[in-house]
Design a protein around this ligand. Structure first.
Ligand code: KG4
Ligand code: ZN
Length: 336
């Protein structure tokens, strides 16, 4: 049988990404054109600039992906493109490119859910991973605890009621003048700090709840910094970073472990941009070892936004018999 090639296109936020997947899990090309340099100047993503940059980047990136894979348009069997959630203008660029490719090559198209994509990144990193498992999805805009029942069947058990985990990292980092995106900067700085120096709140919500709330913690950190500044007291940024990070990680680990035990599953997968966090990985790894749970997480380049995960998601839905039509819309607020 001849090989099956899926091209993935991802433009939901500030990275233009194109990837090519061969057959089931063989990632042969994974390209990212980052816009971080320009958004850093503004301290966060500027939607108008993001969509304009995607427009410049996407077609050359598709050409390069095909050249790198030594394929032509006619070799592509499936086009998978992010339909949401994300920034409206950015999503529209990707989806237009996906539709053009699908129509020109006369090949089927799938509109993929970006958050589901983050989960599916784990299949690329771990060829043996199969559902069912529990996953903690932590990104810049979303926090979810999900039961993955099959390759296309998900049950959301908990989600954030306000700020996402990554968003709280970004906002605290901004307050500390560390720049954008804040997650990796806090992760690095926290390694030099004492996580016990400030006792920030661990918001667990109701006793049985699997939901999250990080906005109170963010406010507590910002207030603490204000107070120190007003009283002219010197504070150690690394200690604040470490104390903040442990407050986030304690909550994420507590709820994830509670769900995995309650579910009866024996696998936990971590996904989304915050899955790159060294403290979160380390703590979950340890908790899983102690409880005899297999722990999975993707390589760093598959944690943050990429098109490989979108190709993977599209492939799975196509295998399940789905196809999107050429009138497909974008869904900026799409949920899992
Ligand atoms: O999944 P992602 O690339 O984009 C969204 O779909 O939102 O996630 C981006 C988020 C940002 O908030 C960023 O600060 C965070 O992931 N992040 C991290 C780390 N690397 C990226 N947060 C904590 N530690 C990291 N090492
Ligand atoms: Zn993402």
């Amino acid at each position: 049988m001849s090989d099956f090639y899926t091209i993935g296109i991802e433009t939901s936020c500030d990275d233009s990404c194109v990837a090519i997947l061969k057959n089931e899990r063989d990632l042969i090309v994974n390209l990212i054109s980052s816009q971080i340099d320009i958004h850093t100047l503004f301290g966060g993503v500027v939607p108008e600039i993001a969509s304009r940059k995607h427009l410049e980047a996407i077609n050359p990136l598709i050409e390069k992906a095909l050249t790198d894979a030594k394929l032509s348009y006619s070799d592509i069997d499936l086009v998978s493109v992010t339909k949401g959630p994300g920034l409206m203008g950015s999503l529209l660029v990707g989806i237009s490119a996906g539709k053009a490719l699908s129509l020109a090559a006369n090949k089927p198209m799938i509109g993929a859910n970006h958050m589901e994509g983050h989960i599916c990144a784990n299949y690329l990193a771990h060829k043996d991973l199969e559902p069912p498992f529990v996953t903690l999805v932590v990104s810049g805009g979303h926090t979810y605890l999900v039961k993955v029942k099959s390759y296309t069947d998900y049950e959301v058990i908990g989600k954030t009621r306000d700020d996402a985990a990554g968003e709280s990292y970004d906002k605290v980092a901004r307050k500390m003048g560390l720049g954008y995106p804040g997650g990796p900067k806090i992760d690095k700085l926290a390694k030099e700090g004492n996580p016990k120096s400030v006792d920030f709140p661990r918001v667990m919500l109701e006793k049985d709840s699997y939901d999250f709330s990080f906005s109170g913690l963010k406010t507590a950190v910002i207030n603490y910094i204000h107070q120190m500044e007003q009283k002219n007291i010197d504070f150690n940024k690394a200690d604040i970073a470490a104390s903040f990070q442990d407050a986030v990680v304690d909550v994420l680990v507590d709820k994830s472990m509670r769900l995995i035990k309650e579910s009866g599953y024996d696998k936990l997968a971590l996904s989304g941009g915050v899955a790159a966090n060294s403290r979160l990985r380390g703590r979950l790894e340890e908790a899983c070892r102690e409880n005899d749970i297999k722990f999975y997480y993707p390589h760093i380049e598959l944690c943050t936004d990429n098109a490989a995960m979108i190709a993977m998601t599209g492939y799975l839905h196509y295998q399940a018999g789905e196809v999107s039509d050429k009138f497909m819309k974008v869904y900026p607020n799409l949920e899992i």
